[in-house]
Design a protein around this ligand. Sequence first.
Ligand code: IVH
Length: 714
Amino acid sequence: MNSEASIATRATALRAALNRAAYQYYTLDAPEIPDAEYDRLFSELQAIEAAHPELRTPDSPTQRVGGAVLPGFTPVRHAVPMLSIRTETDTSPAGAEKFDEQVRNYLASEQRRTALKAGDARHRAEPLGPVAQAVLAGQPIGYVAEPKFDGLAISLRYENGVLVQAATRGDGETGEDVTQNIRTLRQIPLRLAGDAPPVLEVRGEVYMRRDDFEALNERMRARMAAGDKAAKTFVNPRNAAAGAVRQLDPAMAAERPLSFFAYGLGEVTPPADGGPDFQSHWQVLQALKSWGFPVSALARQAQGASELIAFHADVAAERDQLPFDIDGVVYKVDALELQRELGFVSREPRWAVAHKYPAQEQLTTVQAIDVQVGRTGKLTPVAKLAPVFVGGVTVTNATLHNELEARRKDVRVGDTVVVRRAGDVIPEVVSVLPDKRAAGASEFSMPTHCPVCGSDVVREEGEADHRCTGGIFCPAQRKQALLHFASRRALDIEGLGEKLVDQLVDGNVVRTLPDVYRMGFVSLAALDRMAAKSAQNLLDALEKSKQTTLARFLFALGIRHVGETTAKDLARHFGTLDAIMAAGTDQLLQTPDVGPVVAESIHTFFAQPHNREVVEQLRAVGIHWPEGEPAPAALLPLAGKTFVLTGTLPTLSRDDAKALLEAQGAKVSGSVSKKTHYVVAGEEAGSKLDKARELGVPVIDEDGMRALLGGSGV
Ligand code: IVH
């Protein structure tokens, strides 16, 4: 085969692979390969076609944008095509500089002048306007920089202020009518606020928040564990969102919590007919807000390349903490006059670019599947991966959750898999590429005995998890229990980390929690990598940890179902440890927010003689807390008030805000209900804010919260 022929073969293979991937992605909403892999194959094909134009075919994926219309949805022809934007894959700051330079060069270019002379309709046959002239005279270009939301594009058509149609992008010319599904999104106004032009098409992104996605998958896993064959988990928020929007049953779509950001316009009544006369994209965004659409609070105006670079870096630093996925940022030339001067090239505007961040999904291979044992004995299969850079970090482990999940995804040793890491969520294997599986790879199954202590493994009725029955006899559980005990929110023993705990448990220095306080300087200093100074520091930290609170102590014990909040509730309600230990389930149930499962778990824990023994010994080694005082919370200014925090506050982290509120006796809850007294909302607040508005719960900002704290919280 000569090289010309082998290049042609490669191009054909790339086209087939890309078309298959596009069909899976756009039409089935079930992609098999990650976006980054698609981009790589796409660039390779583009490069081949650029070098060998004769190999370019009309059906090449490089020649179109889109996906086919599913049978079942009515096609909608877009009055103004829904374009895509060019992607800058150089993830370094240079990507922003390149764009700025291209815009500037084009305005001054020979190409533009030639096109003008030839009367090419794609270029404006008029002299440059004042903004373009200022740019050519050396003024920095004004941009708007926005996050690139990872969802799916939607066009919303309003006639006389009323939502009449919602359509997907489809191939850019024709999309699908998804009005019924979109009407279920609370963030999308069914009627515009204020003065609206007779015709208005709003363009934006429908997406799913990360917390909503995790909760949805959690619900799906529970349904699967209960034997529901129709339940399935989703690989990522974008997929879950796309699936929901294109769900043929609107009731099912409504079950999937979706959100929306507006970022542009389609057809609008022209100024000549009384429509709005916008001068800039920034004005468009402000108008969208005034009509009642959510517009990202992260969007900002930027002058010149340097401010684009700063935006790219600022958003990158926040990316992990954002409540939703983004795969990059978008830069748009702000002045609409300049946008018109710049025009389009092959259906992509010259005035916008998407500047990517490192991908959150990548391909790698599974080297082994280990089974880890957690604090409560839960067995978790973990895929050991060939190291891969994803979502900004190198990942070598990914959880498979439980046997059911591992089997459903059918992950086997040697498999090529898609790994996802987004936000601070732990890395996950989302799917397997079955085509790449080696013959003879065997299916995963849970061990029948604990891989750490050899005790029997059981799976309780109706539960998805397997558990080691070894209890505190199991070193793995002992280690986890010890790490939990020492953790920041429990007894906060600085220096008692994983490596040290491994040594202490493996060397049998620590068998039960109180043993930690019986270690002397000599035995500690004799440990591996333990200098005299660190040994002394640890002893000091242990001494310091003895003075604690009842809530921390209760939390530190690691009682199943007793998290930080429940521990605080119990401490507040009972006042003393003895009262809690003596309480029957009925009395425990009197505690606010303690239900039967939690009450039973606490009662069972304290009914075990060995647990009571551990508690007595911990008190004997000197752990103490103030107790027996009259239920102090009732006297505090915010006692009895429930708060919900949502979004990013300007100066306080979630933890700090929570601590300030709780210090004044308030309760901080995770979800909004009629019983919520205040919702404290920051930037990018989402469904909780909507809920608050719907229920009429007062919404305050950080300043409002500080006012309630009476200036006590700084
Ligand atoms: S503007 C002509 N702004 O990215 C420009 N698009 O390939 C039209 N997207 O299909 C798009 N965030 O789904 C724009 N802030 C943003 C965006 C955004 C995400 C998506 C959109 C579009 C694709 C562009």
